[in-house]
Design a protein around this ligand. Structure first.
Ligand code: APR
Length: 247
């Protein structure tokens, strides 16, 4: 770990009042959840167009649900890691602190974070394809595939954003609002490949915020970062916290 850069990151954070965080699947990797584009990433094993598009769901809802049931099975077995836990702790430490996540695994909430914007939905929520009603469902494995709406009997779909679908406009505009008003944006565990999430740090930088990136690999955002910390979130975040708590 680059201790000099970690020290610098702690200094920048200590002088900040409003911190926003953008996370991707990398922050959950140390919990045992596969990323999407990493070595054994989901998109290396499966074709997104067969499983994560409205067309795929229309074509074969059973296949799509079997895949989400499998992913729910993996996520149900794991716990948040020190990366998630540090971010939850910092909600009390900073004047204003918010987590904007691309992750649908619910691990930020499980770690205790409250100020969370879930850009791509949540795998523990289901939506009725008829009345659009959203409910929570933690049944693992699902007893019925595809599951039916308990109210009207219509088919349920995962309450997640698939490729080709728009994000919730309210959530997205709040995410851009936070990006425009933060002093610092931490960008953690995302390849910054998918839009519009990848534009949030650019908005923050344009608005004068400092970008601190945590990722073992460089990304298209690295050149915008005031500090780039090459390493694992579950190791680097507690290290920064250790310095913050000292003073
Ligand atoms: N700590 C920090 N970063 C990590 C770690 C770790 N322990 N392990 C891997 N990473 C980094 C990888 O280097 C990579 O840059 O996390 C990033 C994960 O990138 P992707 O697999 O592309 O995942 P993500 O950016 O979250 O994908 C965005 O794409 O498939 C869609 O909707 C899906 O929300 C997802 C979106």
């Amino acid at each position: 770990m680059d201790t000099k850069a970690i020290k610098r990151a702690a200094e920048i954070l200590r002088d900040s009042r409003h911190v926003a965080v953008l996370t991707g699947s990398g922050i959950s990797a140390e919990s045992g959840i596969p990323t999407f584009r990493g070595k054994d990433g989901l998109w290396k094993q499966f074709r997104a167009e067969d499983l994560a598009t409205p067309e795929a769901f229309a074509r074969d809802p059973k296949l799509v649900w079997e895949w989400y049931d499998w992913r729910r099975g993996i996520i149900a077995k794991v716990e948040p890691n020190p990366g998630h836990r540090t971010l939850a702790k910092w909600e009390e430490f900073f004047h204003e602190f918010s987590v904007i996540t691309q992750n649908i695994d619910g691990l930020h909430a499980k770690a205790g974070s409250k100020n969370i914007l879930e850009l791509h939905g949540n795998i523990w929520k289901v939506r009725c394809t008829k009345d659009k009603n959203v409910t929570e469902n933690y049944t693992v494995p699902l007893t019925e595939i595809p599951p039916a709406c308990p109210v009207c009997g219509a088919m349920l779909r995962p309450h997640v954003v698939w490729f080709g679908e728009s994000l919730d406009t309210g959530i997205l505009s709040r995410a851009f609002g936070l990006s425009s008003s933060c002093d610092v944006m931490l960008v953690i565990g995302t390849s910054a490949f998918v839009q519009p999430a990848a534009s949030l740090p650019l908005r923050a930088a344009e608005s004068g915020a400092k970008i601190i990136e945590i990722n073992p690999d460089p990304t298209p955002l690295t050149s915008y970062a005031e500090i780039s910390l090459p390493g694992k979130a579950g190791e680097i975040l507690p290290a920064i916290d250790g310095l913050l708590q000292k003073e």
